[in-house]
Design a protein around this ligand. Structure first.
Ligand SMILES: Nc1ncnc2c1ncn2[C@@H]1O[C@H](COP(=O)(O)OP(=O)(O)OP(=O)(O)O)[C@@H](O)[C@H]1O
Length: 278
């Protein structure tokens, strides 16, 4: 793929940029607009949460930025160049962590180092030294010290998701794409992992795109929340979230926090009503 460089005014402190992007799926009578004309600028270190009714295009935006999907119209720039996942380190974590069962947790976490350059060049040499230490340091940060030699089936869902975050971050990605990473977990484990993820993010400040249905999760973690509506998918609200960090569960009891989540709920409810009427 030939990479187009973003116009100068769009480079610099903008890690991701969508310009007049539309995504259409299907053909003929079945064609529909999954994402209407979207313009979006994301700066390095932004923690962007995307919320909205089912099918509004949240994952579609994630895939566009990751280079897994091409826009039907418009352009997606990442790190100043027309998109291609290979141009910038990307880490990903989804709802169900798919760990390879025949590998240990540490080996699973080190997989991106085996695949992604420049780490892959020295994987054979470094897997038992620096890379191993890097994996163990991450395991310690998420509260899994001593679990590196276990197999995936020996860990609970919450522990696996902690390991999954380690794997997403092992190659120090500039962009972290999280699609409902805590969706399958119980509320208590989920809230614990918000704090874990916040600590990891505060340390190196990767740019994060988080898709979630949990409005408290979005308000706890994000520095910016995009509210979307469906049919066609559109960003209807782009809201900065300025609560001081580190945020704690106490933060979630404050009136500004509950006001924000109530606002988001109202906006999404309105968006859903719009769809039902359409
Ligand atoms: N590859 C595809 N082919 C056809 N339609 C698709 C494809 N990918 C997504 N869609 C449709 O595009 C719309 C947006 O999908 P997307 O997965 O981005 O929504 P979402 O907001 O992430 O949904 P959810 O919250 O339910 O996960 C949906 O109607 C979906 O069915």
């Amino acid at each position: 793929m030939t990479a187009t460089t973003a116009p100068a005014e769009h480079g610099g402190a903008r890690i991701a940029q969508l310009e007049d992007v539309k995504v259409r799926f299907g053909k003929g009578d079945n064609a529909f607009l999954a994402l209407d004309r979207t313009n979006l600028t994301v700066r390095p270190g932004d923690f962007v949460a995307m919320v909205g009714p089912s099918g509004c295009g949240k994952s579609t935006i994630l895939k566009l930025v990751a280079g897994l999907l091409r826009p039907t119209e418009g352009v997606v720039f990442v790190a100043g160049r027309e998109v291609g996942a290979e141009q910038v380190g990307i880490g990903m974590a989804f709802q169900n962590p798919t760990m390879l069962p025949w590998l240990t947790i540490r080996q699973n976490i080190m997989l991106p180092l085996k695949i992604v350059k420049p780490y892959s060049d020295t994987f054979g040499r470094d897997k038992n030294t620096v890379f191993r230490d890097r994996a163990d340091a991450l395991l310690a940060k998420v509260g899994l010290t001593g679990f590196g030699d276990r197999r995936p089936w020996e860990l609970s869902g919450g522990m696996l998701q902690r390991a999954n975050l380690c794997r997403a971050l092992i190659h120090s990605p500039k962009l972290l794409m999280l699609d409902e990473p805590f969706g399958a977990l119980d509320q208590f484990t989920r809230e614990e992992l918000w704090a874990v993820l916040q600590d990891l993010w505060m340390e190196t400040k990767p740019t994060v795109f988080l898709v979630t249905h949990d409005l408290r999760e979005a308000a706890f973690l994000a520095s910016r929340i995009l509210v979307m509506s469906a049919r066609p998918g559109r960003v209807t609200e782009d809201r900065a979230v300025d609560f001081a960090r580190p945020r704690t569960l106490e933060t979630t009891f404050e009136s500004e926090f509950t006001d924000l989540t109530n606002d988001l709920r109202r906006l999404i409810f309105a968006a859903r009503q719009g769809v039902e009427k359409a």
